[in-house]
Design a binder for this molecule. Structure first.
Ligand code: NI
Length: 163
């Protein structure tokens, strides 16, 4: 069995990693060495401490996953999950009806909706959407662009598969 025979290889040689097998993992854990400017590393350490990370590895993994999720949204045919947050004034004429109509038009892509009455005038809605990237983006754009919506944002996330 030829395992871990690459220890002589430089730690930062591109795209090489030492693989460590753990019985509890579906895929082996790989260890990599990263050469990084000291100042940059200091700033990174401060940043991740502020965000509550207790070790660099988990912070690196999250950065990588974040980029992979972003990339999955570049493919129009990819299956994605996203949330749309809307804040609007429910006194604006026909706005509620327009938003509800839009949601019924796309009911098969909208998994759930949360509605919060923020104050006597304002409503906040959070919608969970699933589907092909281009479909989810189109629905989110239509909701956010509806006249009377004061703020809207699509947050892109993932079905979790493959991460
Ligand atoms: Ni409301």
């Amino acid at each position: 069995m030829k395992a871990h025979s690459d220890s002589s290889r430089s730690a930062d040689s591109p795209l090489r990693a030492r693989r460590v097998r753990s019985p509890r993992r579906r895929t082996p854990l790989s260890r990599i060495g990263v050469a990084i400017d000291s100042d940059l590393l200091d700033r990174f350490d401060r940043l991740i401490r502020e965000r509550g990370y207790t070790n660099r590895s988990e912070a690196f993994r999250d950065l990588i996953r974040d980029q992979l999720v972003e990339q999955s949204w570049e493919s129009p045919e990819g299956q994605v999950v996203g949330t749309v947050t809307l804040v609007y004034d429910h006194h604006v004429r026909l706005l509620n009806e327009k938003l509800v109509d839009l949601q019924h038009d796309h009911y098969h892509h909208i998994l759930a909706t949360l509605h919060v009455h923020l104050d006597p005038d304002h409503c906040l809605e959070v919608l969970v959407l699933r589907g092909k990237t281009e479909e989810v983006r189109r629905i989110a754009d239509a909701l956010i662009a509806t006249k009377g919506v004061k703020h809207g944002r699509l947050t892109v996330t993932t079905t979790g598969a493959g991460l």
